[in-house]
Design a binder for this molecule. Structure first.
Ligand code: FAD
Ligand code: SF4
Ligand code: SF4
Length: 383
């Protein structure tokens, strides 16, 4: 009987999923089992679109379509939480199984606190996340640093601290540290992210800690809730998922990697936030003066859900139609979101004017947490 707190190596017994999967296919195999056995009505996952830089969210209701969603897309910078609120009625009318990175999960928690999502209807398979690379920078990095045509790449992965590509004619890996020292690599919000193992999901899955003959062929699954235990237990008993106890040495290694990644996130926070220290308001004011008021940062933020129409109507401090907007436009937005900013990076990633919005709201959140609510300690998730 599987119980909360268990740690196992798991893999799928479905050959089609195994072929496409990242590390043995336990995640897709579990979602397929949940859908086939009506534990969920649909699965929200991510599939490869035109190429490896194109990650598409898909809602699957037919279990046979799930194999196409297997595999990890490290240029998949998309955030699934707002998709649930905007397009899936906050999961209020159906049960949805989802794969979630740490930022997807934190966004869901924040939306649930605002009553926009029914968490009870979600079955959450968390994936550990070392970070994602923006598709545009990934193409540039592959061309300039790897010396490879980005269009010839058919697989990418992040393994043992390296960004690795497979392309027509070979494969190549370069250390993430080296890439990041030269301004390439993960998105800046990902560098600062500290939620590496998403234990607030029902299961937390990843490749860290899988050693020996199962390395690359199984996923390390930590059981984080009763719901997760029930899913894994039933899937194992049915034969959909195979498993064995996690190697104790692997558990130790996973702990060490998680800790090292946490410290790395802290290092990047110090670096990024210190650079702002000299002139925070001057920097924010200068960068936001490029704003063209497209509202993308508002549309895509998981903790903000006004509409462009509502914003236009509330014009005590901001003149409609004015570009760039009065600095109050941004001050008001920061005041509204920053105390719950989850550092998902969507605002910055999707800003057409490349304003470092995530840096600003994340810095405000972290400083605010420390300065104004120190007794509250960490929230339900540690971001
Ligand atoms: P699969 O059966 O192959 O299923 C993978 C699932 O991930 C599918 O549901 C797919 O739709 C979904 N998915 C793919 N790309 C994305 C995306 N961008 N956003 C959301 N969902 C996505 N594990 C670690 O231990 N350390 C890491 O540093 C680490 N980094 C990761 C970074 C990313 C962006 C992702 C997506 C995963 C990462 N993982 C990491 C998890 C690991 O790569 C495997 O996903 C995990 O071991 C499960 O393997 P599997 O074969 O069971 O999954
Ligand atoms: Fe992964 Fe964190 Fe970046 Fe989200 S913000 S993609 S969880 S590293
Ligand atoms: Fe302005 Fe960028 Fe936000 Fe668009 S996404 S409103 S340009 S800050």
């Amino acid at each position: 009987m599987v119980a909360k707190g268990d740690m196992v190596y798991a893999w799928t017994s479905d050959a089609e999923i195994a072929k496409k999967a990242e590390c043995g296919g336990a995640v897709t195999g579990l979602l397929k089992y949940a859908l086939e056995n009506k534990m969920v009505d649909a699965v929200l996952a991510v599939k490869k679109g035109a190429d490896v830089y194109d990650a598409l969210p898909v809602l699957v209701t037919d279990p046979k379509d799930l194999a196409a969603t297997a595999g990890s897309l490290h240029c998949g910078t998309l955030l699934l939480s707002k998709t649930v609120k905007k397009y899936l009625a906050g999961a209020k009318d159906r049960k949805i199984g989802m794969t979630v990175k740490g930022c997807d999960l934190m966004g869901l928690y924040e939306l649930s606190r605002r009553n926009e999502i029914n968490m009870n209807n979600l079955l959450l398979i968390g994936v550990n996340c070392g970070g994602t690379v923006s598709p545009v920078s990934a193409r540039k990095m592959i061309k300039e640093k790897f010396g490879v045509d980005p269009d010839s790449v058919h697989k990418e992965e992040i393994d043992k601290g390296q960004f690795i590509i497979e392309y027509e004619g070979g494969h190549k890996g370069i250390s993430i540290d080296e890439l990041e020292d030269e301004g390439y690599g993960r998105r800046s919000n990902c560098r600062r992210c500290k939620l590496k193992v998403p234990r607030q999901a029902d299961l937390a899955c990843g490749n860290w800690g899988v050693i020996g003959d199962k390395a690359g062929k199984a996923t390390f699954v930590e059981v984080c809730s009763q719901k997760g235990a029930e899913l894994l237990d039933k899937a194992i008993k049915s034969g959909a998922i195979a498993s064995e106890a996690a190697n104790p040495k692997g558990i130790e290694i996973r702990g060490k990697v998680e800790n090292a990644m946490y410290k790395l996130g802290e290092k990047w926070r110090n670096k990024d936030f210190s650079a702002l220290k000299a002139d925070p308001w001057g920097t924010i004011n200068k960068e936001t003066s490029r704003c063209i008021k497209c509202y993308s940062c508002i549309e895509n933020c998981p903790v903000c859900f006004t509409s462009a129409d509502a914003l236009k109507k509330s014009s005590y401090m901001i003149t409609s139609g004015e570009v760039p907007p009065n600095p109050m436009f941004h001050l008001r937005r920061f005041a509204h979101i920053s105390d719950t900013c989850v550092n998902c990076g969507q605002c910055e990633e999707l800003c057409p004017m490349e304003i470092r919005l995530a840096l600003f709201s994340h810095a405000i959140r972290v400083e605010g947490d420390a300065a104004f609510e120190p007794k509250l300690g960490a929230p339900a998730y540690k971001n």
